[in-house]
Ligand binder design. Structure first.
Ligand SMILES: *Cc1c(COP(=O)(O)O)cnc(C)c1O
Length: 234
């Protein structure tokens, strides 16, 4: 499992080089190690190598993993669509959610957090393409949803998350990442001037360099750290 430590150190190096190449402070870029469908041993290897933030997209899987990692200092983040019947469990285990994709979800999550006296950092997931299969808030609805979410006492809105459509060349993701950054900037100027949101969760194994150039502050990396996932339907 020295492999994962090596992958992590190479990835950090690339993140740093990419940040410096576009005059950004590497410290502003947070690495979410996406451990979905990977064994606990892999999480342990990465944690031993210094990784703290881990991303999961299934509540049941995350609960099991958290139970076997209680001796480790891990910050668990939900990166996938959260089903409403899993909200109660998610409220108890995650520190951050990247995928708030409706006002209803935000409200029931807020209520579940309130009951157990917890708060959670959150991102609103924005739909960046017209593809029917992609979830997220449309840019038109973003101001209304953002002001609603920001008013919820147990959710702490920190940023926007978005995913570009698949393109053969990662460089082609540039306009989508740029769009998310501009949406955040506009939102901060018009809707959230008193409490602007700083973060942008964008970029995965294929396209994180492009995302960093466009302002990503959270990159979500699975394959590059842990290798290919088998039976990957996401
Ligand atoms: C799986 C997943 C990732 C990581 O993807 P890789 O290409 O393996 O880096 C990032 N974000 C989300 C939402 C995912 O579901």
């Amino acid at each position: 499992m020295a492999m994962i430590a090596e992958n992590l150190s190479r990835l950090k190096q690339t993140v740093e080089e990419t940040a410096l190449s576009c005059n950004r402070d590497p410290k502003t870029i947070h690495l979410v190690a996406v451990s979905k469908r990977k064994p606990v041993l892999d999480i342990r290897s990465a944690a031993q190598a210094g990784q703290i933030i881990f991303g999961e997209n299934h509540v049941q899987e995350a609960i099991k993993k958290q139970k076997s990692c209680q001796d480790l200092n891990i910050n668990w983040q939900m990166i996938g669509h959260l089903q409403k019947n899993k909200v109660k469990q998610a409220a108890a285990i995650f520190d951050t959610i990247h995928s708030i994709d409706s006002i209803e979800l935000a409200e029931i999550l807020n209520r579940a957090l309130e009951k157990i006296s917890r708060t959670m950092d959150c991102f609103i997931q924005v739909k960046l393409t017209a593809e029917k299969t992609k979830t997220g808030i449309t840019p038109e609805n973003l101001p209304r949803v953002a002001s609603h979410v920001q008013a919820l006492p147990n959710l702490n809105l920190i940023g926007l998350m978005g995913m570009p459509p698949f393109t053969p060349d990662p460089e082609q993701a540039t306009p989508y990442f740029r769009k998310l950054r501009l949406l955040r900037d506009e939102l901060n100027q018009t809707t959230l001037p008193d409490n602007p949101i700083p973060e942008l969760s964008m970029g995965m194994s294929r396209d994180f360099r492009v995302a960093i150039r466009e302002g990503a502050t959270y990159i979500r990396i699975g394959t590059l750290l842990f290798g290919e996932r088998i039976y990957d339907h996401s």
